[in-house]
Design a protein around this ligand. Structure first.
Ligand SMILES: OC[C@H]1O[C@H](O[C@H]2O[C@H](CO)[C@@H](O)[C@H](O)[C@H]2O)[C@H](O)[C@@H](O)[C@@H]1O
Length: 602
C-alpha cells in the first residue's frame, strides 16, 4: 500500500525524478526520462509493481526528514530505542550515467534495517532477468533497459525480489547504488559515493547561490525553486508539470492525468518565477525550448508538448495498474494535447514579451512566428474552446480564453511599439478593443456584478481572479472587485479556492475534486492587487502550511480529509507560490509585471 501523497519527497538528476516515501520506499521512478515507462510503479498499485525499500525493520521507529540545506539531497533520520541512523538519498545531476545513491550512516547504538528491491519495467509489468556479476553487484535486464545494483551488504533473491536484512552500528556507513543503462551497452562503472555526494551538494548550493533570496519566505521559495529546477529536463530546457501520472484529484475518482509533459500555459509563470529569482539561464533555456516546440505552421500549434517538443502524446489506460488507492484509470499520455485552448496564444505572447522586457531575448527573436500566430488567432478567437481547465465536456466561449486572446494582441502591440517591430498595428489595436468590448458585454453578468465562466453562464471560475493581474482591467474596477467577492462567496472551501464548481460545470467528468492550490495563490495575488495585503498574507501563510514536511505541494488539497490530491510535486503550485511570495515581498512583483499596473497599498 503506498503512503499518502504528502508522505513523499523528491530526488532527481535533472532528467528524471523519484518519489521516496517516509518509510524509505521509492515507489515511483520513470527511467531514464521523466516520460519513460516506470520501473517503480508501487505508487499506482502495490509493492509488486516495483519499488525500492530501504528502511527500519522495527515498527516503533521515529522518522524525521529534511533536505540538506539548499539541495535536493534527502535525509531520513531513524531513531529507535537501540540506536539512530540517517539515510541519505540522492541522484547526482546526470552525467554519463544515471544513479540513485542511498547511504546509511550509523549515528548511535545500532539499528536493524532492511532493503527490498523490486524492479518491474514497463509500468510494473515486466519482470527482469537478474544475475549476480561479482560480489555486491547485481544486474537486472529486460529488453532495452538495464539496472545495476551495487550493495555493501549481502543481497539475496526471494520471490523475484532482491532483499537484505542488516544492522548498522554507530560510525558505520553502508551504501547502495542503483544505475540505469541501456542493456546493449557495457555496464557503467560504480561511482565513488563520497565524491558523488560532495559534487551533488556543491551543484545544488551553487545553483541556489546564483539566485536571489525571496524575503520574507526564503526557505519556502528556495524549496519551490529547487523543485522547479528538478522538474526541468536539462537536455532541452522543457519543464514537466509534475513527475507523476494519475495521482487522483479525488481519491477513488477518475480525474487522473499524466503530467509528465510541458504545458505552454505554465510558460509565463515558469519564466517569471525563474527571472524574479535571478535564474536567467533556466528562463532562457525555457524560452528556447518554447520557440523550438511551437516552430512550424500556426495551424498545428499544440497546447502541450513532450519534454523534447514531441507532439504525439496519445492517451491510453494501463489496465494492469489499479491506481493510487484504487483511483482508476491510470493514464499514460494526455488527450488534452489535441484540444483547442485559446489561452495558450496569450501565454506565448506574454512569455516572449516578458523575456524581451527581462533582457533575455533579442528584440526580433521569434517575431515573425509571433506575427503568424496572431494571424491565426485573429481567425479563430471567436470559436469555442476547452479552456484553461482543459474540460472534457463541450467546448464553450470561456471568458478567460477570450481575455487571453486580448492578452495576445495587447503584448504584441506593446512589443511592436516599444521595440519598433514591423506589425499591422491598426488591425491589431482594433481587434484588441473588439475582444475587450465583447468580454465586458458577454462575459460579465451585470445583475450579479461579476465576470462569469463562459459567455451567458451563471457559473464562476477561478481563472477570473487573473483579470487584473493580466492587465485586462484595473484591480479597483468595481467589476473586478465584484468578481473577487463572488468567488469568495461561491468558490471557497475552507478558505481555499476551487477552480469551478464541478457540480454545475459540465466538464465531462463525474463531480468532485480538491481545492486547486494555484488558484488559491491567485486569490492572494488578487487581494494584494486590490490593497487587501493582510488578507493576502494570511491566505499565503495558510497555503504554505499545507506544504509537507519537506516543503512540497501537490496540485490540489482535500480539506475534508486534510490530504493532498493530484499529481505531485506540481510545478504550477510551486510556480504560483514563488510568484505570490514575490508579490507579497514587494520585490519585483510578477502580478505587477504582467499587468504593468501598480499594486495599490493602503
Ligand atoms: O482536470 C482536467 C484536466 O486536468 C489536467 O490539466 C491541469 O493541469 C495542467 C498542467 O499543470 C494545467 O495546465 C491545466 O490548466 C490543468 O487543468 C490534465 O492534464 C487534463 O488532461 C485534464 O483534462
Amino acid at each position: 500500500m503506498p503512503g499518502r501523497i504528502e508522505d513523499y519527497a523528491l530526488i532527481g538528476d535533472l532528467e528524471t525524478a523519484a518519489l521516496v516515501g517516509r518509510d524509505g520506499s521509492i515507489d515511483w521512478l520513470c527511467w531514464p526520462r521523466f516520460d519513460s515507462d516506470a520501473c517503480f510503479a508501487a505508487l499506482l498499485g502495490d509493492t509488486g509493481r516495483g519499488r525500492w525499500l530501504l528502511g527500519a525493520r522495527e515498527s516503533n521507529v521515529k522518522v524525521s526528514r529534511r533536505y540538506r540545506d539548499n539541495t535536493l539531497i534527502l535525509e531520513t533520520r531513524l531513531e529507535s530505542d537501540t540506536g539512530a541512523a540517517t539515510i541519505v538519498d540522492f541522484m547526482p545531476p546526470r552525467g554519463k550515467a544515471s544513479d540513485i545513491i542511498r547511504l546509511v550512516i550509523g549515528e548511535r547504538g545500532e539499528i536493524d534495517l532492511c532493503t527490498e528491491l523490486v524492479i518491474r519495467f514497463g509500468y510494473g509489468a515486466v519482470v527482469p532477468w537478474v544475475t549476480r556479476l561479482e560480489k555486491g553487484t547485481w544486474q537486472a535486464i529486460a529488453g532495452p533497459d538495464m539496472l545495476l545494483l551495487h550493495s555493501d551488504v549481502e543481497i539475496k533473491g526471494e520471490n523475484l525480489r532482491s532483499v537484505s536484512r542488516f544492522t548498522v552500528k554507530q560510525g558505520e556507513r553502508v551504501s547502495f547504488v542503483l544505475t540505469y543503462s541501456q542493456s546493449h551497452l557495457p555496464p557503467p562503472r560504480k561511482p565513488n559515493v563520497d565524491h558523488a555526494l560532495a559534487d551533488t551538494e556543491h551543484f545544488w548550493r551553487e545553483w541556489v547561490a546564483k539566485g536571489q533570496k525571496v524575503q520574507p519566505w526564503p526557505e519556502a521559495a528556495a524549496r519551490s525553486l529547487i523543485t522547479l529546477r528538478a522538474l526541468i529536463y536539462s537536455p532541452t530546457g522543457g519543464i514537466v508539470a509534475a513527475p507523476t501520472t494519475s495521482l487522483p484529484e479525488q481519491i477513488g475518482g477518475v480525474r487522473n492525468w499524466d503530467y509528465r509533459y510541458c504545458w505552454l500555459r505554465d510558460a509565463t509563470l515558469t519564466l517569471l518565477a525563474f527571472m524574479n529569482a535571478g535564474h536567467f539561464e533556466e528562463a532562457e533555456a525555457w524560452r528556447q525550448w518554447l520557440l523550438r516546440a511551437i516552430a512550424g505552421t500556426p495551424e498545428q500549434l499544440h497546447i502541450m508538448y513532450g519534454i523534447a517538443g514531441e507532439r504525439r502524446l496519445t492517451e491510453w489506460e494501463v489496465p494492469w495498474l489499479p491506481g493510487y488507492e484504487k483511483s482508476a484509470p491510470v493514464r499514460v499520455g494526455n488527450a488534452a494535447h489535441a484540444q483547442l485552448q485559446l489561452d495558450v496564444f496569450g501565454e506565448i505572447m506574454d512569455v516572449l514579451h516578458q523575456a524581451r522586457k527581462g533582457g533575455i531575448a533579442t528584440l526580433e527573436t521569434g517575431w515573425s512566428l509571433q506575427c503568424q500566430l496572431l494571424t491565426r488567432l485573429a481567425e479563430i478567437w471567436e470559436q469555442p474552446d476547452h479552456g484553461i481547465w482543459e474540460v472534457r465536456g463541450p467546448a464553450l466561449h470561456f471568458t478567460h480564453s477570450k481575455i487571453m486572446a486580448w492578452v495576445a494582441f495587447d503584448r504584441a502591440i506593446k512589443d511592436a511599439q516599444r521595440y519598433k517591430l514591423d506589425a499591422p498595428l491598426d488591425r491589431w489595436c482594433a481587434l484588441r478593443d473588439r475582444i475587450h468590448r465583447q468580454v465586458c458585454e458577454r462575459g460579465f453578468d451585470s445583475a450579479r456584478n461579476c465576470f462569469v465562466q463562459s459567455y451567458g453562464s451563471k457559473h464562476l471560475d477561478a481563472s477570473l481572479l487573473l483579470i487584473s493581474q493580466l492587465g485586462f482591467l484595473p484591480a479597483d474596477d468595481p467589476r473586478v472587485l465584484g468578481t473577487v467577492r463572488a468567488i469568495e462567496e461561491r468558490l471557497l472551501r475552507d478558505g481555499f479556492v476551487q477552480r469551478y464548481d464541478t457540480e454545475v460545470t459540465d466538464d465531462g467528468l463525474p463531480p468532485g475534486e480538491g481545492v486547486f492550490l494555484p488558484c488559491s495563490f491567485w486569490l492572494a495575488d488578487a487581494y494584494a492587487m486590490c490593497g487587501r495585503l493582510d488578507d493576502a498574507q494570511a491566505l499565503f501563510e495558510r497555503l504554505l502550511a499545507l506544504s509537507n514536511d519537506v516543503g512540497l505541494l501537490a496540485e490540489e488539497y482535500d480539506p475534508a480529509s486534510q490530504r493532498m490530491v493530484g499529481n505531485f510535486p506540481q510545478a504550477f503550485s510551486h510556480l504560483s507560490l514563488v510568484a505570490t511570495a514575490c508579490n507579497l515581498a514587494h520585490a519585483k512583483k510578477p502580478a505587477e509585471q504582467r499587468s504593468e499596473a501598480a499594486i495599490s497599498r493602503r
